[in-house]
Design a protein around this ligand. Structure first.
Ligand code: HPA
Length: 265
């Protein structure tokens, strides 16, 4: 059973940390998903490149429901996602790793739920702790052990993209309490919560957000920043795969929909 998954965002496309990698096509009610599955430290791990292996899927076109459903179908209990983010918070600087604990959703036109009526009905899932507090704690502790600076907590503002933001938008997000800005965490996190999986995102600050940065923002700058820090990303993720217990159940994530019979495949 594959119990741990890594969803790689911008700059994290290859599961080269895994051994004996095979490709599996998983059928879901929302379409097919190709997942790479390999082993590390004796554990089977699923790897999904969110934007495709050649960064060809725009944030608003990603089939989030199919991706999360496919991981659930494989047996995944814990998801570690990576994202590139701009920072609105001077305490979160270039190359810092941040573990968001809250989000603000500024996307539009995305399906953010498995529960839109029909066979599944309408369910209102709790989002008090959208990012698993236990998983975040474990990531932060491992970061400390490895000497990698990890900030545990921050509000991730999800924009629709694919364009970057205007300085006026960034100012507004900042006034609303946003710390980081990216384009993909919603609905990935909300769907993972509905599917009763532990989900945490390691966000890497690739730039200060528009209007805070002294220069205009380019995708190349984001990719270069990711590449410059990829060895720390790799170290952290490999250590996590080896050390986290996928069956540990101290949090509410796996039971969030218990009162309505749980998430069903
Ligand atoms: N805005 C939105 N998404 C991003 C940014 C940004 O500044 N940097 C990396 N992803």
């Amino acid at each position: 059973m594959v119990k741990i998954a890594v969803i790689g965002g911008s700059g994290v496309y290859n599961p080269d940390m895994l051994e004996n990698v095979r490709e599996e096509v998983v059928e879901t009610p929302y379409g097919e998903v190709t997942v790479k599955i390999g082993t590390y430290a004796g554990r089977e791990v699923a790897f999904l490149a969110r934007h495709g292996s050649h960064h060809s899927i725009a944030p608003h076109k990603i089939n989030y429901r199919a991706n999360i459903y496919a991981l659930k179908k494989l047996g995944v209990k814990k998801i570690i996602a990576t994202t590139a983010v701009g920072s609105l918070n001077p305490a979160m600087q270039l190359s810092d790793f941040v573990l968001p604990n809250q989000f603000l959703d500024f996307t539009n036109g995305r399906v953010t739920t498995f529960y839109e009526g029909g066979d599944r009905g309408v369910v209102h899932c709790d989002m008090t702790d959208p990012y698993c507090p236990e998983l975040r704690k474990e990531i932060a502790a491992l970061g400390k052990k490895l000497g990698i600076h990890v900030i545990n907590g921050g509000t991730y503002v999800c924009t629709n993209g694919p364009r970057y933001e205007s300085p006026a938008e960034i100012k507004m997000y900042s006034m609303l309490g946003g710390d980081l800005v990216g384009m993909t965490n919603v609905p990935e996190v909300t769907l993972a919560q509905e599917a009763e999986m532990c989900y945490a995102t390691i966000s890497m600050v690739t730039n200060m957000a528009a209007g805070i940065s002294q220069t205009k923002l380019t995708h190349q700058e984001v990719m270069d920043a990711m590449a410059a820090n990829s060895s720390n990303f790799r170290k952290l993720i490999m250590a996590l795969i080896a050390e986290i217990d996928p069956d540990e159940d101290k949090c509410d994530c796996a039971h969030i929909l218990e009162s309505v019979g749980g998430f069903k495949l």
